[in-house]
Design a protein around this ligand. Sequence first.
Ligand SMILES: Cc1cc2nc3c(=O)[nH]c(=O)nc-3n(C[C@H](O)[C@H](O)[C@H](O)COP(=O)(O)OP(=O)(O)OC[C@H]3O[C@@H](n4cnc5c(N)ncnc54)[C@H](O)[C@@H]3O)c2cc1C
Length: 421
Amino acid sequence: MPYFISGVTADHTDLIARTPAEFKSLNDIDVLTRHRVLEVDTANRKIKVADLVSGREFYDHYTRLLISTGAHAFLPELPGSSLEGVFTLRKLADSISIRQFVRSRRVASAVIVGAGPIGIEMCESFRSLGIEVSLVESAEQVMPFMAADLAALVQDRLEREGVACYLGQAVEGIEGGPGGAVRAVRTASSTIDAEVVLLGLGVRPSSELASAAGIELGVKGAIRVDRRMATSAPGVFAAVDCATAINTISGLETWMPLGSTARKQGRLAGETMFGADTGFPGIQGTSVVKCFDITVGRTGLDSSESSAAGFQPAVVDIAAPSLHDYYPGGGTIHLKVIADGPSGRILGAQTVGAMHSVAEKRLDVLAVAVHAGLTAEDLQYLDLAYAPPYSTAVDAVGIAGNLMAGKILAPGCSCDAFGLD
Ligand SMILES: Cc1cc2nc3c(=O)[nH]c(=O)nc-3n(C[C@H](O)[C@H](O)[C@H](O)COP(=O)(O)OP(=O)(O)OC[C@H]3O[C@@H](n4cnc5c(N)ncnc54)[C@H](O)[C@@H]3O)c2cc1C
């Protein structure tokens, strides 16, 4: 959607994976758009539905029911949040409204509240339309889910692209102008002019329907499911952004709404609802974000999450070239790898790199390492592809493995061999 707003994706219909007509012709599935489920009666296995066009309400019955109501944008009580020109970005309709608004009004200034993935993607989207962008974040760093030293690299890139970062500042209110449209965003110490405001304050699971039906909720209010995606109610399953999952590393219940998980869980829920004896192994939270011409991503646990899960984390930081000096192109890959000291098991990784450094490939290798329970020593001996146009003979992943193995074998040695340049 951020790329549709900027025009990289020309038409919103390109974002529709499959239309109701295609569902019908390809799979004989009836899709009822503009219908809302109002209630789930788990005792009698029926749902109450409202046709939002005609206003008619009716009941339907199920043998098995999947709740996949997704998540919704978090919108705190904030004075001025309903002013014209204040948006959240969750649904396709939101992106159409934002695109129309900024183009028809020839918007010149935007405030983005929240420096998470959507806020970061929207910085690039608005800047590419020539809009002045201010980014306001209550945490002391952008991308609060990244380590501070890597987040500083992201902030640097944002500022070099003309994004004004207001960190450690919570928004206290949004002010309107004479015509009722948004005029400025107010924090405790700043008033920032804005003709459009995007609130990217995170999401919450849409679990109200399940909760009202007496279905058990879990962490962060998401619908608690087992490995077959079954809820506490017989015959009722739940999947994806509205549901919990198990973190594969800590073994703890977690809630991480991601589209990559959505595809896997949706398919699996469909199978298990009809008897397949498969189970969802869980998630480790691998994600990646483009910030102008850099790539930012993480997988698995960070250092403090590792400690909280009972591990003894060892961390190595490297900044390695993606290619040898003698071959043109490439760039620096900043990589932070976290492993459990006693066992050497890789627990997580974070990266920031220029897009042409292909940092996300290294992140994916490390995601596989985390998934497979590989150790630092395993990383040293991974048989990764090498030729000068693609990588160095010892890839960033191998360097991290060498340093980590050294660190674990010789505790106390400094492994920030390359530093962060
Ligand atoms: C701007 C943006 C960028 C993103 N980028 C990425 C990315 O790069 N990578 C990634 O992995 N993830 C990304 N995500 C997250 C990803 O889109 C979600 O994880 C995924 O869409 C979740 O799918 P879902 O089916 O659970 O929920 P949704 O896609 O939200 O679908 C839930 C649907 O249920 C409907 N619904 C809710 N309640 C009812 C009811 N009572 N009756 C009937 N219908 C109801 C809703 O209207 C909605 O259409 C992004 C999200 C956004 C908003």
